[in-house]
Design a protein around this ligand. Structure first.
Ligand code: AGP
Length: 614
């Protein structure tokens, strides 16, 4: 939520910042801005709209300098306007700040500063933070670390979350950064430093990074950097290598990142399973859990917390783990779990699932269970993300960067992790070796089966275009395919803005069927599994009410073909792996509808990739 990029080094920074902001734009895209230390002054350019608008502004009114900060915004306080865009200046006009997060007590600070004569130009909480730091700066005597000291003095007055970068006209070559609750990463280049909310903006320049923790301050000055805590303690933190390069975050020949990421799923599924299929024991190897077989056997309940797509993956996981390991599993919205007084004991194992590893509610839910002494394990994609670092162990998805706001490859990787987890827990209990082997074989075949589905892309586009004019759609499935329906509906909603809902197939009779009409099509996920006949009955119930039906089914399934209006084809596999295949045509279906409607697929309205505010 919001992207930050700062640069201090020997290069002219304007184009570098603009280019970096384009890579961060998926984090927020309603307004943008930058500022450069330009000779003795500070030059700010900012406007509502996308990075292209900012680039035009900079083109018309160029700025120069080799120290600067920049920002792409997802509005929290105040509409996306030129004035509300970052950077914000303090009262002196010499200090500039970009901010990601929410200052909860900003009204109180604002009133206090206003009584001292501060005038504010925006409605944002971030401008208040700039003024507060400026106020402290003005009080301090001149010293080389005056900007750092001002930030350190100001932050204890702030309630809320922040990832910030600050520059000052009298401190060329310097950037101060700080974080609490919003990510910040330092990039270490050759005679230059970058500071960003996300490694995506750094990898074009360096793969050597230092992840800041909450309450860390970083001071870039005089061609080096220093990490300290708010209490002035020196911090020695490891420099880590980013696994992927800038190529991985490029769109290539694909029209959209989302399409590229859908097509990457054969590879991302290979990656999530690499080294984890334990053929010898007909089980799975998940060493990152940091748990012995004995400890895993002692677990008698699992809780999964997540948001959005990751929550849907957890819901599929619930079915898979219960089926394979006969362990009770509860899945909850992280935003609910964090405030709930759920009975938890030491035999409950908690999984937090997050592609970004930065989602505010998921992180807070994790910290809450850890506070109560429970072990919380992360299932994350972004290496070095806050959840990955603070969890007590976990599983990396290794899906590579996911840029499209609509999660796709991360979802299938998360479900694959749950299948592996179910297999491991099952084999430590009563799942037989042959049953375990069947699952391994099914998982191993997934990448090539996904490739098979991707060959139907044109056929799926044709079906999608037929239904693109619908204003509503219903998604139905049973068992683990019910959350696949939820995920199909979410994909459609977020990128096409078509209203969509999902429910377990049989539930329609309890109310939802009242909506069915020729204008309200239903997508039913209908694999030839244990509940196949039941799904067929539900399909008939919709047809009997003149509803149009699109079925996710095997291309040779003549029974479904004779009943449904259209088919989204999927190959067949073991029921444990089938949900992973079933979601692929739904991702493509949503994608092609959004394209047919001319939507901004990778940056849908009102959304941002990573939700780092509550
Ligand atoms: C789904 O397409 C969305 N991008 C959203 O629901 C997302 O899955 C959710 O915000 C959770 O994000 P996370 O996996 O990074 O925690």
């Amino acid at each position: 939520m919001c992207g930050i990029l700062g640069y201090a080094g020997g290069r002219e920074a304007t184009d570098l910042l603009l280019e970096g902001l384009r890579r961060l734009e998926y984090r927020g895209y309603d307004s943008a801005g930058l500022c450069l230390l330009d000779g003795p002054g500070i030059a700010v350019r900012k406007c509502a709209g996308r990075i292209d608008s900012l680039a035009q502004l900079v083109g018309a009114s160029p700025v120069h300098g080799s120290t600067g900060i920049s920002h792409t915004r997802w509005a929290t306080h105040g509409e996306p306007t030129d004035a509300n865009a970052h950077p914000h200046l303090d009262r002196s006009g010499k200090l500039a700040l970009v901010h990601n997060g929410v200052v909860e007590n900003y009204l109180e600070i604002r009133a206090r500063l206003a009584s001292k004569g501060h005038a504010f130009l925006s409605q944002t909480d971030s401008e208040v933070l700039a003024h507060l730091i400026g106020e402290h700066y003005d009080r301090l005597p001149p010293s080389p670390d005056r900007l750092l000291a001002a930030v350190r003095d100001a932050l204890p007055e702030v309630t809320g979350t922040y990832g910030i970068a600050i520059v000052h006209a009298d401190h060329t070559g310097e950037i101060v950064g700080a974080r609490r609750g919003s990510p910040l990463v330092l990039g270490i280049g050759e005679n230059e430093f970058l500071l960003s909310s996300d490694v995506t903006a750094l990898v074009a320049h360096t793969r050597d990074v230092v992840y800041l923790n909450d309450h860390d301050l970083v001071w870039i000055a005089d061609g080096s950097y220093q990490l300290t805590s708010l209490t002035r303690a020196q911090i020695d933190r490891e420099v880590r290598k980013v696994e992927w390069d800038s190529e991985a975050a490029q769109r290539g020949d694909f029209a959209h990142f989302m399409l590229k990421e859908i097509f990457e799923q054969p590879a991302s599924l290979e990656n999530v399973m690499r080294g984890r299929l334990d053929w010898e024991n007909c089980s799975a190897r998940l060493g990152g859990l940091n748990m012995t077989p004995r400890e895993l056997r002692q677990i008698d309940r699992i809780m999964i917390v997540a948001c959005g797509t990751a929550l849907h993956a957890g819901m599929v996981g619930e079915y898979l783990i219960e089926e394979l390991a006969h362990l009770p599993v509860e899945v909850d919205f992280a935003s609910e779990a964090r405030y709930r007084n759920s009975p938890l004991d030491s035999r409950t194992l908690v999984f937090v699932v997050s592609q970004s590893g930065e989602t505010a509610d998921t992180l807070a839910a994790m910290r809450e269970v850890q506070r109560k002494g429970l072990r919380a394990l992360g299932i994350c994609n972004v290496v070095g993300s806050t959840i990955a670092r603070e969890s007590d162990g976990g599983v990396y998805m290794h899906a590579g960067p996911e840029i499209g706001v609509a999660a796709t490859k991360s979802f299938t990787s998360q479900v694959a992790v749950f299948a592996l987890l179910g297999l491991l827990l099952g084999r430590l209990r009563h799942l037989t070796a042959p049953a375990g082997r069947d699952i391994l074989e099914a998982l191993q075949a997934l990448p090539s089966q996904v490739s098979e589905i991707l060959k139907y892309n044109d056929a799926i586009r044709a079906v999608a275009e037929k239904y693109a004019a619908s204003s509503d759609m219903l998604f139905l499935g049973r068992q683990a395919n019910y959350p696949i329906g939820l995920e199909g509906a979410l994909k459609l909603k977020e990128i096409s803005y078509i209203h969509a809902d999902a429910c377990p197939s049989a539930e329609i009779k309890h109310g939802v069927i009242a909506l069915i009409s020729p204008d309200f099509p239903a997508v039913i996920i209908c694999p030839r599994d244990g509940v196949y006949e039941k799904n067929l009955s539900n399909l008939q119930e919709i047809k009997a009410r003149k509803g149009r039906v699109i079925a996710v089914a095997h291309p040779d399934d003549k029974t479904v073909a004779s009943m449904a209006d259209d088919i989204l084809p999927v190959p067949e596999t073991h029921p444990i792996a089938q949900p992973i295949l079933n979601v692929i045509p739904l991702q493509l279906f949503a994608y092609h509808i959004a394209v047919a409607l001319g939507r901004d697929v990778d940056k849908p309205r009102n959304l941002a990739k990573s939700v780092t505010v509550e």
